[in-house]
Design a binder for this molecule. Structure first.
Ligand code: SF4
Ligand code: SF4
Length: 382
């Protein structure tokens, strides 16, 4: 029996989806090619999509290449995940004005805007689930994040092609989008399989009046997504985490990777799950008003480790170890899930090509020096 949530849309008619979203009041955002990479932009026409382009990603390398085909979603992803849509890179939190009687404070929570993001991948949906947990489900709900999240409508695209840097399959986060999407598309040659994943998605789907998807299309889409999962050359072996990474605290590999790392912060900026931020004051020249601003920060900066007159992570080794240990180990203790969703962006956008899927196995392999340290610790009862 045909699944009511699965419909077929000829790829040449994708504009109908954009038009329907616009009629429903959404600003439609999608990947567009700019300066040699894809970035999210507001679009009104399917012609603005990077049709016929693919991305090649390797450690420290990102290239767009023309294929000559009419593939709409051939590019997997660019440096931006869904993070900037909900956790703004720069967000005014409060405006404070000097008045006759002292100070008055004005909240700057943004109005909720209806934004439909077309082309989100499964790894980024998994990243969104993690950000939701941090900003909405922990002790304090972040009203700025909540306002942005409320208006978000996600049109996911299931991956039928993996990049050399992808490892979502080993993280159980992709390449198929499983939840948290409103609509999910799978491109199969000149057809799109459209699946509704929420009530809002079902409403848009019913506006489109699409016929049910034939079983042959559903089966072919599943086959291509499975093939994509099997084609991934990178993986992260997680069975010994988190404890094995804590045990590797004194491993000499941290020195090796610190010798390569530039502390440029790229890996944290592109990561869909990193949420560190700083807060700064931006007073105006008249000294009558100041804006309290939150901006993305990184555990790779000197300032981020500076607390009460002391830097607790003075070296790059301290910072890389902090980042990887939090991402793959203490995140599990803190939130019950891994802080990595296997998108591979930190590998691509690292200027020196540091690859966490190489670093982790090296850190979990005991070295001679590590064995000596462990024996010394055992002998001293440590
Ligand atoms: S740690 Fe790297 S691979 Fe993992 S989610 Fe962040 S950017 Fe993606
Ligand atoms: S992107 Fe690479 S060089 Fe830059 S901070 Fe991260 S690991 Fe270090």
């Amino acid at each position: 029996m045909a699944d009511d949530n699965l419909r077929i849309l000829p790829a040449a008619h994708l504009q109908r989806l954009l038009d329907t979203l616009c009629v429903r009041g959404y600003r439609t955002v999608a990947p567009t090619a700019r300066d040699g990479a894809v970035v999210w932009e507001t679009i009104r026409s399917v012609a603005d999509l990077p049709i016929g382009w693919r991305d090649r990603q390797e450690p420290g390398c990102y290239r767009l290449e023309q294929t000559g085909a009419q593939e709409i979603f051939g590019i997997v992803h660019g440096p931006q995940s869904l993070k900037p849509f909900v956790f703004a890179p720069r967000e005014p939190l409060l405006q404070i004005e000097r008045s006759k009687d002292g100070f008055t404070a004005r909240s700057t929570v943004p109005p909720s805007e209806k934004v439909a993001v077309i082309g989100t991948r499964a790894c980024d949906l998994a990243g969104l689930v993690i950000q939701d947990r941090i900003f909405l489900k922990e002790t304090y709900q972040d009203s700025y994040y909540a306002a942005r999240r409320e208006g978000l409508f996600v049109v996911a695209v299931n991956c039928t092609r993996a990049l050399a840097t992808c490892f979502c399959s080993s993280m159980d986060t992709g390449p198929r989008a499983h939840n948290s999407f409103d609509l999910a598309l799978t491109e199969v040659d000149d057809q799109l399989l459209v699946e509704a994943g929420s009530i809002a998605g079902q409403e848009v789907l019913s506006d489109l009046f699409l016929p049910p998807a034939p079983e042959s299309l559903v089966a072919e889409a599943a086959k291509r997504i499975d093939a994509c999962a099997r084609s991934q050359v990178r993986r992260l072996e997680r069975s010994r985490l988190p404890s094995a990474l804590y045990d590797a605290h004194a491993h000499p590999r941290w020195d090796t990777v610190a010798g390569r790392c530039l502390a440029c912060t790229n890996c944290t900026m592109v990561c869909p799950t990193c949420f560190c931020h700083a807060v700064e004051e931006t007073p105006d020249l008249s000294q009558q008003q100041t804006t309290h601003v939150r901006l993305w920060d990184s555990c790779f900066t000197q300032e981020h480790g500076y607390i009460h007159g002391k830097n607790i992570r003075p070296t790059i080794k301290d910072r890389y170890r902090m980042w990887l240990t939090h991402k793959l180990a203490s995140w599990i203790d803190q939130f019950g899930i891994s802080g990595c969703v296997g998108c591979g962006r930190c590998i691509t956008w690292c200027p020196v090509g540091i690859d966490l899927t190489e670093e982790l196995p090296a850190l979990l392999t005991p070295s001679e020096q590590q064995s000596v340290i462990n024996r010394q610790q055992e002998a001293s009862g440590g």
